[in-house]
Write a protein that binds this ligand. Structure first.
Ligand SMILES: [Zn+2]
Length: 167
């Protein structure tokens, strides 16, 4: 059973920001923390994305054998993940990584240093956020640190007793 609902682990979100900044080594460390903290689908998702980060790290370092090996491993984890999971566009990531690996294989061991890094695309993802609607005035409310406030009428909640307002 796959469970792609619920928010990203905070270290996974951090890992994706680092990934998208091209900081693949640091992305790997953050995603490892998230992976260690999770079970099931989320664990496989984070491990797969982690291995794509390591694949890209190997590519940028000209390590052909490392890139091929780690990319191969990543497929075991990512193959059965839904197209979008915990806000991560997994199918697009898979497509981008496959394109990058086709280029790696075309260049081969000898010419990998000529790899065009613009082929290393960022991961598309959305932070899952709840929308709160004020029960007094109908205005959209803002959440910060679990305190939910209506900017229109000043109505306030704590997010822990707000399940009925989840959209
Ligand atoms: Zn209000």
């Amino acid at each position: 059973m796959s469970d792609c609902t619920g928010p990203l682990h905070p270290q996974a979100a951090e890992g994706l920001r680092l990934f998208n900044a091209g900081e693949y080594f640091e992305a790997h460390e953050a995603l490892e923390d998230a992976w260690n903290a999770e079970e099931g689908t989320a664990k496989n998702l984070y491990r797969g994305v982690l291995q794509i980060a390591v694949t890209y790290l190997h590519i940028t370092r000209g390590n052909y054998a490392g890139a091929v090996k780690v990319y191969g491993r990543s497929q075991k984890w990512l193959r059965n993940i839904p197209k979008i999971c915990k806000g991560i566009h997994v199918a697009e990531l898979q497509n981008d990584a496959a394109n990058a690996m086709r280029e790696v294989e075309r260049l081969g061991r000898e010419n990998i240093s000529g790899f065009d890094r613009t082929l290393l695309k960022p991961v598309k993802w959305e932070e899952t956020k709840h929308t709160y609607i004020c029960d007094r005035c109908g205005h959209e409310m803002y959440e910060k640190n679990c305190k939910v406030t209506c900017p229109n009428c000043g109505n306030r909640f704590d997010c822990s007793d707000l399940n009925i307002y989840f959209d």
